[in-house]
Design a protein. Structure first.
Length: 203
């Protein structure tokens, strides 16, 4: 069993079990959501909301089986990339959670992926400002000058650059969320946190 899942299940079986769990694919999604929540003035831990990294979308079924209606019955929400939406929908269908669509079930889909949502919210110029503030603008320019990148659109170059080094996605997930105006925060991030808060609220 995945170590993250084992820890989560151990916590869920204790008296302090989560009031709700937000399932995400990886570290960058978790970094983005926890930063959004902090900027909104929320303390997820105090509200009993856990953001759980699944280690990839293909692990969703295992989490649903143990945490969902047929298991511990913990209220669930989730965030996924557009490419993974069909996989999420099938897993949710099998668990009986899909209802009339993914958002109605608490699962929200990024337009393409998390990076795309943040680039769209901040704008390419704003993203480059954040990269420059980290002292990585020269690295970005070298990357853009590579033959495979020269003819690509700027947004595509930025999305690819954010994933070129281990840890960079999570680093910039936090930084870009910090830079986006709250009113312009990507709808899937705001939506999934709002759903989780409602699910975790006392009846």
């Amino acid at each position: 069993m995945d170590p993250g899942l084992r820890r989560l299940l151990t916590a869920a079986a204790e008296p302090g079990r989560p009031a709700a769990v937000v399932l995400v694919e990886g570290t960058s999604d978790r970094a983005a959501l926890t930063t959004v929540a902090r900027r909104q003035g929320d303390d997820l831990a105090a509200d009993g909301i856990r953001v759980a990294e699944m280690g990839g979308a293909t692990n969703l079924g295992h989490f649903l089986e143990v945490l969902g209606p047929a298991g511990l019955g913990v209220p669930l929400a989730g965030l996924c990339d557009a490419a993974e939406a069909p996989l999420f929908r099938r897993a949710l269908d099998r668990s009986g959670l899909t209802l009339a669509g993914l958002p109605r079930a608490g699962f929200f889909v990024c337009h393409a992926d998390l990076e795309d949502e943040l680039i769209r919210a901040l704008g390419p110029a704003g993203v480059q400002d954040v990269i420059e503030a980290q002292g990585e603008l020269r690295s970005l320019r070298r990357f853009q000058d590579q033959p495979a990148q020269r003819d690509r659109e700027l947004t595509a170059q930025l999305r690819r650059f954010l994933g070129t080094r281990s840890g960079r996605k999570a680093q910039y997930a936090r930084l870009l969320v910090e830079a986006v105006e709250l009113a312009l925060m990507p709808a899937p991030l705001v939506g999934v946190l709002g759903y989780a808060r409602r699910a975790a609220a006392p009846a």
